[in-house]
Design a protein around this ligand. Structure first.
Ligand SMILES: [Cu+2]
Length: 112
């Protein structure tokens, strides 16, 4: 009986490990937008619903990420090398800008 229980525990463990691996594969696909020289790069990013989008500020100036139509939470002022992440919601086109420099704009296209 003890041996059987042991086998079940082992099976559970390997399933767990497999799940962890799959998670790693997922997180390796990163949607990153770099902020550099007062611009979002890429300016337009296409992602799938449920994926994460991360902005990182590579300027010495603080920048923000604010959805034009308030479709996602706005960032705080991002200092140099600071990141901001949102999860893509319903499919659609999301435009955003930097509230410190409103000429800085970008677009996220969320697909199903
Ligand atoms: Cu800015």
């Amino acid at each position: 009986m003890a041996a059987l229980l042991c086998g079940i525990a082992f099976l559970n463990l390997s399933l767990f490990a497999l799940g962890g691996e799959m998670k790693n594969v997922d997180s390796s696909k990163q949607n990153r937008i770099e902020i550099k020289d007062f611009a979002f790069n890429p300016k337009t990013l296409t992602v799938k619903s449920g994926e994460k989008i991360t902005w990182i500020n590579h300027d010495d100036e603080p920048h923000t990420v604010v959805s034009v139509e308030k479709q996602f939470k706005k960032s705080t002022a991002l200092d140099t090398d600071q990141e901001f992440t949102v999860t893509a919601g319903a499919p659609g086109t999301y435009t955003y800008f930097c509230s410190v420099h409103p000429k800085m704009t970008g677009t996220i296209v969320v697909e199903k």
